[in-house]
Ligand binder design. Structure first.
Ligand code: HEC
Ligand code: HEC
Length: 338
């Protein structure tokens, strides 16, 4: 008997030892995966991350109930397969009303210090009011949306279990933000090479392109630097001699901010065409030609934008490097599908 107990104990210890070695480290919440090398996320008190809040935010993000005539949702302009951007130059709101700006990717939006292309909004919760009210987006009102949700048994039940209250503007903005904060992309070939030290994750051309990207010859990383490939600064990259969109000046009314736009992240840039605030450039090839030319002579153009004299081979290498920022796992992620 004693011997039998001893063998049992021995095998339990053995099994536990095996478990330690073979099982991956415990992920805190699979709905909120933070890749290696990415900073942790902070959550507002009262809106800590929970699966119930995420589920509710996800449902609202995909639900046309948010728009005045129930025809479009957040996901009409922010599609998961395009890193939560769309493929139109400017997006269409209710009744086909056209906006004036290109829909940006929401990948890693949790790390942005401010929102919209001119940085006019300080919080993600506050940003949600913009598409709700804009005439060329939802053309609606958050109080009326809350009233509609209160008539809906699913939403009432989900709202109670997520926040212990009826659907209201607090619940709408907090839950959608919870869903948006989980849109984290950091498993591209670049990350595998650079952070996870997988040497064959990049091709030779991509490695040459990476060196160029981070060099003083191109200055790309002076603006598109850091783990999210943006420093979030407001800059002008010399698209035009005169701009229809005054960018950050819209917010500050200061001439020094004329046509400055928040530097966009380049993660998943391969699938977020067309490019720039107005969707005026259709391909990465054309973007590289733009930078190679040195851009316009607009008075507010950054001094970092200068003719580059790249060879055709270097242009190809840069484009191939940009494509190494495509995170297939993120674009095909099942949890982000409707
Ligand atoms: C009709 C298309 C459309 C709809 C619908 C829409 N958006 Fe957007 N979204 C845009 C455009 C265009 C911008 C850029 C606006 C700007 O810079 O002025 C934007 C910007 C954003 C930003 C800021 C991105 C950044 O880089 O600062 C966030 C966050 C966002 N949208 C989330 C949402 C959410 C959440 C919803 C649903 C409640 C939504 N959007 C609905 C088109 C849309
Ligand atoms: C002075 C800062 C600055 C430098 C240097 C710079 N960019 Fe940009 N980049 C920007 C800004 C600002 C925008 C957005 C402009 C707009 O919205 O009209 C942008 C847009 C882009 C876009 C389009 C992204 C999108 O989603 O629309 C790509 C691609 C890009 N840059 C690549 C590069 C490459 C490659 C280099 C180096 C050759 C480079 N950039 C150098 C500031 C810079």
């Amino acid at each position: 008997m004693k011997q039998w107990i001893f063998i049992l104990l021995l095998s339990i210890t053995f099994l536990q030892a095996c478990k330690k070695d073979t099982e991956p480290p415990e992920v805190e919440n699979p709905l909120l995966y933070i890749p290696p090398g990415f900073p942790p996320l902070n959550f507002e008190i009262g809106n800590e991350f929970t699966p119930q809040r995420w589920e509710l935010g996800k449902k609202l993000f995909f639900d046309p109930i948010m728009s005045r005539d129930s025809t479009i949702s957040c996901s009409s302009c922010h599609l998961p397969e395009f890193a939560f951007s769309d493929i139109k130059a400017v997006s269409e709101g209710v009744g086909g009303a056209l906006g004036t700006r290109n829909s940006p990717s929401l990948a890693n939006i949790a790390y942005h210090p401010y929102f919209t292309r001119e940085g006019a909004v300080g919080t993600m919760e506050g940003q949600i009011l913009i598409p709700i009210q804009e005439h060329n987006e939802f053309d609606h009102n958050i109080v009326l949306i809350a009233q509609k949700l209160q008539q809906n048994e699913d939403y009432v039940q989900m709202s109670r279990s997520a926040y212990n209250r009826m659907p209201d503007p607090f619940v709408i903005t907090r839950s959608i933000s919870t869903f948006e904060r989980s849109m984290i992309s950091g498993e591209s070939p670049y990350d595998k090479y650079q952070v996870q030290n997988i040497n064959n994750a990049l091709t030779d051309s991509q490695i040459r392109g990476m060196t160029l990207f981070f060099s003083n010859q191109t200055n790309c990383s002076s603006c598109h630097g850091g783990f999210n490939f943006t420093n979030y600064a407001f800059q002008n990259n010399g698209l035009y001699d005169t701009y229809n969109d005054i960018g950050r000046m819209r917010f500050t009314n200061n001439m020094a901010d004329n046509a400055l736009f928040k530097v966009p992240s380049l993660r998943n840039v391969e699938v977020t065409a067309p490019y720039m605030h107005d969707g005026s450039i259709n391909t990465l090839e054309a973007v590289i030609e733009h930078y190679n030319s040195g851009g316009s002579s607009f008075f507010n153009k950054s001094e970092l934008i200068q003719p580059l004299n790249l060879t055709n081979g270097q242009k190809t290498d840069l484009i191939n490097f940009l494509k190494s920022l495509t995170d297939e796992e993120f674009l095909n992620e099942e949890k982000f599908r409707e």
